[in-house]
Design a protein around this ligand. Structure first.
Ligand code: ATP
Ligand code: MG
Length: 424
C-alpha cells in the first residue's frame, strides 16, 4: 500500500485560545525542521493535528523521524477522500484489500467530527461494513479483537481512512515550556533526565564539570557523545564544559572528607545558576534518584538544593534504577554511559560520604573558604568552554560568544538521526 499522507496528532497541548495557536505553530515548525531532508513534503494545519502530504517520499523514512518528535502523540498513514459515501466505501475497500497479510477479521470505527455529514457514526459503520463484507467473501466482522480496525475520521477538511496508529514520543513541543540547564555527568541517569525534560517541552543546555587532567580526555569525549545523542532529539544542544579541578582539589584539602560531595554539588549548583542567568534558563535539571547514593538521600538533597534559588527538577527522583536503565537503552545513551571513564566526582569520592550532612556545618565550612571560593567560582564560570553539538558536527564557542548566545533552537534534522541501541 502506498500512502499519500500522514495524519499527525498533537499531544498534551490542552491550552485554549491564542496560545494554543502559537504552540501548534511551534509544533508544526518543529516537524518541518525535522523533516527538512524530504523536500517534496507539504503540510496542512488543522485543529490539534497536521497533515503531511508525502508527494512520493517514503512513508517508512518519514515515520522513523516522526516517532522521536516531542509533542506528537500518534500518527497514521491515511487515505483522504471527499465527504462522499461512495468514495469512502471504495477507499475503505481498497485499503483493506491492499493490506498484507490480508486480514481475516475487521471492524469499522467511525468518528464524525464534522456534524454536517449526512450519516451518523452508527449508520456509517453499517453502510461501510456491509460494502466491505459484500466485496470480500473471506472477511468476517469481529468487534472485540479484529485483525484490522478500519477507522474513518470525518472532519471538516476531508474524510480520512486508515488502519494503522503509530505512537509518537508525546509530551510537549520542544521549548514550549522554556529553558533549563541540565547537569550532565557521564553516568546513566542524567542523559535520561535530560531527555525527559526535553519531552516535557524544555529546551536544554547541558553543563558538565570536569577535573582535567585528573579526569581524562576520554571522560570529556564521553560526555560530548552523550550530549550529541541528546541533540538527536533537539536538533542542537549547547554543552558547557566547566573547569572544576582547582575547586575540587581545594575542597579535597579542606579536611572535611565526608562533606566533600555535598560541598562540591553545592558549588556546581552555584556555577550552574550563573550560567543559567547568562543563557535565559529558569531551572536546573539533574539525574538525582532518591536514595541511590549518599548525595541523593532526602537530607543530602535538601542541603545541596539550598545552594540555589532556581527550581531543581529531578525527573528520575521516584524511579527505580532498572527502569532508568531501560529508558537509557530506548533513547540510545546506555552504551555510551557505561564506558568506564571516570567522572570528576568518582575520583574524589570519600570512603564515608555523609548521608545526613548538616546544613549548619556545611555553611560553616563554606564560610571559612568563602573568599577563595568566590574567586574560583568566578574563574570557573569565565573558563567555561561551550561546544555546540548537532548531528551535523560540533563547533566550539568562546565565553564571549556564549554571552551573546541566542535561545536554544528546536528541531531534529533529518540528517541527525543515526542508529544505535534500540530506537522507538
Ligand atoms: P549519573 O548517572 O547521571 O551520573 P549518578 O547516579 O552517578 O548519576 P551522582 O554522581 O550522585 O549520581 O550525580 C547526581 C547528579 O548530579 C547527576 O545525575 C548529574 O545531574 C549531576 N552531576 C554529577 N556529576 C556531575 C558532573 N561532573 N557534571 C555535571 N553534573 C554532574
Ligand atoms: Mg554520576
Amino acid at each position: 500500500m502506498t500512502y499519500e499522507m500522514i495524519l499527525v496528532r498533537f499531544g498534551e497541548i490542552t491550552i485554549k485560545g491564542r496560545n494554543r495557536n502559537r504552540f501548534e505553530k511551534m509544533q508544526l515548525d518543529q516537524i518541518q525542521s525535522v523533516l527538512g531532508g524530504f523536500p517534496a513534503l507539504t503540510y496542512e494545519r488543522a485543529y490539534g493535528r497536521v497533515y503531511v502530504r508525502l508527494n512520493g517520499e517514503s512513508y517508512e523514512q518519514v515515520a522513523a523521524l516522526l516517532k522521536n518528535i516531542f509533542g506528537i502523540v500518534s500518527f497514521s498513514p491515511v487515505v483522504r477522500v471527499a465527504h462522499d459515501l461512495q468514495e469512502i466505501r471504495e477507499a475503505s475497500l481498497a485499503l483493506l484489500q491492499g493490506m498484507t497479510p490480508a486480514p481475516r477479521t475487521f471492524k469499522v470505527s467511525v468518528k464524525r467530527g464534522w456534524k454536517q455529514f449526512p450519516h451518523n457514526s452508527i449508520e456509517m459503520n453499517h453502510l461501510v461494513g456491509a460494502h466491505l463484507l459484500r466485496n470480500t467473501p473471506s472477511l468476517k466482522v469481529d468487534v472485540r479483537q479484529p485483525e484490522a480496525e478500519l477507522r474513518i475520521d470525518i472532519q471538516y477538511e476531508g474524510t480520512f481512512i486508515y488502519c494503522v496508529v503509530e505512537k509518537g514520543a508525546a509530551g510537549f513541543p520542544l521549548g514550549m515550556n522554556g529553558k533549563a540547564m541540565l547537569l550532565l555527568s557521564g553516568g546513566i541517569d542524567s542523559p535520561v533526565a535530560g531527555w525527559m525534560a526535553m519531552r516535557k517541552g524544555l529546551a536544554i543546555e547541558a553543563v558538565h564539570f570536569h577535573s582535567y587532567p585528573f579526569t581524562s580526555e576520554q571522560a570529556k569525549d564521553k560526555v560530548v557523545s552523550l550530549a550529541k545523542r541528546l541533540s538527536f532529539y533537539s536538533g542542537r544542544i549547547r554543552l558547557h564544559l566547566v573547569p572544576f579541578t582547582e575547586i575540587q582539589t581545594t575542597l579535597a584539602q579542606s579536611g572535611h572528607d565526608s562533606l566533600i560531595i555535598t560541598l562540591m554539588r553545592r558549588i556546581m549548583l552555584r556555577i550552574t545558576e550563573q550560567l543559567a542567568e547568562r543563557n535565559g534558563a529558569l531551572a536546573i535539571v539533574t539525574g538525582d534518584s532518591l536514595g541511590q547514593v549518599a548525595s541523593q538521600t532526602l537530607v543530602s538533597m535538601n542541603v545541596i538544593g539550598r545552594a540555589t534559588v532556581l527550581p531543581l527538577l529531578r525527573p528520575l527522583v521516584m524511579m527505580d534504577k532498572q527502569d532508568i536503565i531501560d529508558h537509557a537503552h530506548r533513547i540510545g545513551t546506555y552504551s555510551t554511559s557505561i564506558l568506564p571513564y571516570e567522572d570528576c566526582c568518582t575520583l574524589f569520592v570519600p570512603k564515608n560520604p555523609a548521608i545526613h550532612p548538616s546544613l549548619k556545618t556545611v555553611e560553616q565550612v563554606e564560610a571559612k573558604l568563602a573568599e577563595s571560593m568566590e574567586r574560583m567560582i568566578a574563574e570557573a564560570v569565565e573558563g567555561t568552554e561551550v561546544v555546540v553539538l548537532s548531528g551535523k558536527g560540533e563547533q566550539k564557542q568562546s565565553v564571549a560568544e556564549d554571552r551573546a548566545a541566542p535561545p536554544a533552537e528546536s528541531g531534529v534534522s533529518a540528517a541527525s538521526v543515526g542508529s544505535e541501541d534500540d530506537w522507538f
